[in-house]
Write a protein that binds this ligand. Structure first.
Ligand SMILES: [Zn+2]
Length: 147
């Protein structure tokens, strides 16, 4: 697998933060990383400091890549020309198994099958317009049926 370079300028242009650079370096390697507190184990996304222990022992570590759909909406209208080929698509908030909530898209799933509580797994997708590798999610059953 070719690992694309992560451009910090792109992250900043997208209103990201340099503190999240390890996250994007992880997605480029198809690894979903969360910022966690080594003292209590609480996980965070985006980069943060622990609500209990501050930033003294924060470190990036791989998540297991699983979660559940916490809430979602279906986009039927293309608000920008580049969205026209994608509609309808699902914008979701997935609660990762480690706790953080993650804004994403649900792929490879009929719209009518998406529901709150749906078990999902991460799938990485290179975004040609930014060069970033984006964590998307697919139903966990779809992952198992392909392995
Ligand atoms: Zn802590």
């Amino acid at each position: 697998m070719t690992i694309p370079d992560v451009d910090l300028a792109v992250i900043k242009r997208l209103s990201g933060d340099y503190l999240d650079l390890p996250f994007w370096e992880g997605t480029a390697r198809h690894e979903l990383r969360l910022h966690g507190c080594a003292l209590c184990g609480r996980k965070y996304w985006p980069a943060s400091q622990c609500v209990e222990h501050g930033d003294a022992q924060m470190e990036w570590a791989p998540a297991n890549g699983g979660g559940i759909v916490h809430t979602y909406t279906i986009m039927y209208h293309a608000y920008a020309p580049q969205m026209a080929a994608r509609v309808p698509f699902c914008v979701a908030v997935v609660q990762l198994d480690e706790g953080p909530f993650f804004h994403t898209n649900i792929l490879d799933c009929p719209i009518e099958d998406i529901h709150v509580g749906l078990r999902v797994e991460v799938r990485f997708q290179l975004d040609d317009s930014t060069g970033l590798t984006l964590p998307m999610f697919v139903p966990a059953d779809a992952v198992k049926s392909k392995t």
